[in-house]
Design a protein around this ligand. Structure first.
Ligand SMILES: CC(C)(COP(=O)(O)OP(=O)(O)OC[C@H]1O[C@@H](n2cnc3c(N)ncnc32)[C@H](O)[C@@H]1OP(=O)(O)O)[C@@H](O)C(=O)NCCC(=O)NCCS
Length: 252
């Protein structure tokens, strides 16, 4: 874990000021009594979706992820998680139903192998992506298909040991930007370029289809755990990043 990234227990009276981005780290392997409480907050649609997972573990992680999302929104809006209402943007990005949320809370979440990250801000689009780092992952075909020639060239110039870490860093930044824009693959990943070198400050270098984008978006790396890479994209402003830990049961 990165000692410079302070993950704290949130205060009891939690607010989301307009100049802050809150990032929550949550383990989705939740004890059964806490999972029942979370499950009790889900809507009929969410329960039906949970029922469609083939693997039990995926089903339980989905229930935990949605229940935690409702709990965190409940903290911010000071409301019962059960009554939180979601909507879906035209290209599939989940958001709060505007009839329900007068504060314009924006969020995005990502989960990978039992860990989840949630990102929240007010009134600006946000995206987050989390991936478990796999040393044996054959990243070259993904880079060939989805990365720009410039990103690929930088990755290929690195040693094997450095290359896979840089790949996951680059991938999560790209996905975070795509998720912030909320367009899925309608935003082709090889049409925009991000920082590849993990030791350099992350940035959107260029977006060929949106020349203003590089000055409008902030990219940020998150260090949730030594086995994971994570990136975040948020519309520009001066932000303070806060990192919260949530353990269902302990915070309830
Ligand atoms: C959902 C999507 C945006 C990301 O999926 P993913 O990386 O597999 O999964 P993550 O865990 O990071 O994110 C899933 C969450 O994102 C949110 N999400 C769903 N659609 C979204 C969209 N269009 N935009 C932003 N967020 C979205 C949901 O909350 C979802 O969680 P849920 O299914 O539990 O409700 C995926 O559909 C996608 O299009 N990914 C692009 C994949 C790609 O080609 N990448 C190339 C490498 S750069």
């Amino acid at each position: 874990m990165n000692a410079e990234m302070p993950w704290d227990k949130p205060p009891e009276e939690l607010t989301l000021p307009a100049d802050e981005v809150h990032i929550w780290r949550v383990s989705l392997d939740v004890a059964s009594d806490s999972l029942s409480v979370l499950k009790g907050t889900l809507s009929g649609d969410e329960l039906r979706r949970a029922g469609r997972f083939f693997f039990e573990r995926d089903r339980l992680h989905f229930i935990a992820a949605r229940g935690v999302l409702r709990s965190i929104i409940g903290f911010y809006l000071d409301t019962d998680p059960k009554v939180v209402r979601f909507a879906v943007a035209p290209d599939g990005k989940p958001q709060l139903d505007e009839r329900f949320d007068i504060h314009d809370v924006r969020f995005n979440l990502s989960h990978s192998r039992g860990l989840a990250l949630y990102a929240f801000t007010l009134g600006r689009e946000i995206g987050v992506d989390l991936e478990r780092i796999r040393k044996d992952f054959d990243w070259q075909p993904i880079a060939d298909r989805f990365f720009t020639p410039g990103e690929k060239e930088k990755l290929e110039s690195m040693s094997e040991a450095k290359g896979y870490k840089a790949f996951f860093s680059c991938w999560t930044l790209k996905e975070a930007y795509m998720k912030a824009r909320g367009k899925g693959l309608a935003l082709p990943p090889n049409r925009f370029e991000v920082t590849v070198e993990p030791t350099e400050p992350p940035a959107l270098v260029t977006d060929l289809d949106d020349p203003e984008a590089a000055s409008r978006w902030i990219l940020h790396r998150i260090d949730p755990h030594r086995c994971y890479a994570a990136g975040l994209a948020v519309e520009r402003n001066t932000y303070r990043f806060r990192y919260w830990l949530y353990s269902p049961g302990a915070n309830q």
